[in-house]
Design a protein around this ligand. Structure first.
Ligand code: E4P
Length: 288
């Protein structure tokens, strides 16, 4: 198999096990990139085995481990983008994120550094872009956050900025996450196209089909969803495809002006806070 000719959406694997990367490449015949995060690192089989033996990592060891994983993946996807996430809990300030970002960006030639779509993350991303890094603004749950990402990163070149709206976590709490993708894409049509929308927190094949139909620039999906897609011979949404949100109520489109400065958007979202706490707790659980 190879990538269907008629899709422009890039397909990434969401995971931190290079073995999965190998399997997906052989199953789909292509893979455009990969996203990682601290939770996914904690689920890497080698890390899990080590923890089961009762051997935690030192801070240096876990970063070395993350680097090795990412370097192996980068070797498998030299032309793709690999996202690496900074450690950020509620008290991490932009300067601390930046210090990590500079290191992480140097690990491989094809990195995007992930920062949370929160105040300190946005500040850090602005400086990171000035220093010629590429960024992926993660844990995005609202159109206002996506507007703030747009405003904070104005002037960046295309390919330099991804925003990652998390649809599955919105579904999990009873909102139709797919609407957020559609709303952000609609809002960005008024802009200059410098931010690419990366559909994240994918739970099922229908999320992939809908995101392709909507024209998401990128989709990242876990191994089991890409496996199902491959086993079904890479189906694409038909002309008459329509996504069934089940009982999930819609997220209405908001008319938002993209011309404000990023500090003027209401960027707080409880799921961003929860997400940062969860990522940092999973990371800290690896360290002695
Ligand atoms: C995106 O880059 C994230 O790694 C990911 O999609 C998180 O999804 P989850 O809700 O399955 O943890």
């Amino acid at each position: 198999m190879s990538k269907p000719k008629n899709i422009k959406t890039r397909i990434f694997l969401d995971g931190a096990d290079p073995e999965e990367t190998r399997k997906v490449i052989s199953l789909l015949g292509f893979l455009d990139g990969q996203t990682t995060n601290p939770t996914l690192i904690s689920k890497n089989p080698e890390a899990k085995e080590r923890l089961e033996r009762g051997e935690k990592f030192s801070e240096k060891q876990i970063l070395d481990f993350y680097r090795q994983v990412v370097q192996e993946i980068s070797g498998l996807l030299p032309k793709g983008s690999i996202s690496i996430e900074v450690y950020a809990d509620h008290s991490t300030i932009a300067e601390q994120m930046l210090r990590q970002a500079r290191d992480m960006f140097s690990w491989i030639p094809n990195a995007h550094v992930k920062f949370p779509s929160a105040r300190e993350g946005l500040k850090a991303s602005q400086q990171a872009l000035k220093e010629k890094m590429r960024v992926n603004m993660t844990l995005c749950f609202s159109q206002e956050q996506a507007a703030a990402v747009y405003a904070a990163t104005l002037g960046a070149r295309k390919g330099g900025v991804f925003v990652s709206p998390f649809i599955g976590r919105l579904d999990d709490r009873g909102e139709n996450g797919m609407d957020l993708i559609s709303n952000i894409l609609q809002m960005y049509r008024k802009g200059d196209g410098h931010v690419e929308v990366l559909t994240a927190s994918v739970r099922k094949l229908d999320h992939i089909l809908c995101a392709i139909k909507l024209g998401s620039d990128i989709i990242t999906a876990p191994f089991h969803v890409l496996k199902e897609w491959g086993e079904k011979q890479l189906p694409l949404p038909r002309e008459d495809y329509s996504y069934d949100p089940g009982q999930l109520p819609p997220i209405p489109y908001q008319e938002i002006d993209l011309g404000k400065s990023w500090q003027d958007y209401d960027i707080h979202h409880a799921l961003t806070d929860n997400g940062m706490e969860r990522f940092s707790a999973d990371w800290n659980a690896l360290i002695k």
